[in-house]
Design a protein around this ligand. Sequence first.
Ligand SMILES: [Zn+2]
Length: 326
Amino acid sequence: MKVTYYACVDIGGTKVAVSLVAANGAPINQHTALLAKRTEPTIKTGAHTALPRQMIRMIDEACTSLHATRAQVVGVGVSSCGPFLSVAGQLELVASNICGGKSGLQNNDWHSIALERELRKVFPVLQIENDAVAALLAEVAWGALQGTRHAAYITWSTGIGAGLYVDGRVLRGKNGNAGHAGHMIVGDALCVHNQALVCGCGNVGDVQSQAAGSGIPKRFGMPSADLMRLAQSGDKEALRHVDLLCEDMARALYNLTAVLDLERIALGGSVFWHNQALLLPRLQAGVMRRFPAMTQGLTIVPAGLGLDVANYGALAALMGAPLREQ
Ligand SMILES: [Zn+2]
């Protein structure tokens, strides 16, 4: 029997990751091996089709490394930063951290990327999902949110996003963009030049502009990794800055908890994941000290699938996400 594969693609504002999993092997779960994993910086220049082409090339290269061909890929799951637009029934990507057409903040004039149209030409079995929703699906199925009915997955990375799960259902909203929690307004901190912090979406004061990996250099004058390293070494000013970041994130987490009556929040994303010991206790304290009727019974935990949550998310989306049918 010829081996077949599913391809898992994770599109972020910074990097694209691709891996393959055996499609005709053991049942898919958190122990399923991610094969031929590769990562590249997200292409943000050239033709409108540059990003879908990059994904297709990376899948081809992953196949080659396993002595397989594209024909052996029987399905592709894509976990992508949003938001999306539906154009003639197909999803187009309008993420402000990739498309520069509206904001002028990127080196391209793309207003949207016809992700679904371009990928479907090559891979007819395709499921594209918002990355935080995909991660939520994977965490509920195989990770730290197993057994819950009221939960959220939050990614704290280049951007900030959420997948929301209430009464055993994934929340989607009028344009499928529910969970874009990064654009909730939480504060009014200024940048190092004493000007308003503006998000790629144009908002002032949203949590993505205040606390995301892309906003930290503007707010504190250094990349998030440097700030976290200084804080971990005990630098008092860096620790104060981390406290401010965690307060803004805690406001966002509390707001979601108050609105949705959550029992568990799982946290992932590179900013959180590499600095858990520093960030998790501050986030927990910042949420739990607020209105007890909202916060009692809530636990805030690291994602069970760790840094692979996006890859497993793409896989969970492709698996038809049985949760969606509930
Ligand atoms: Zn925003």
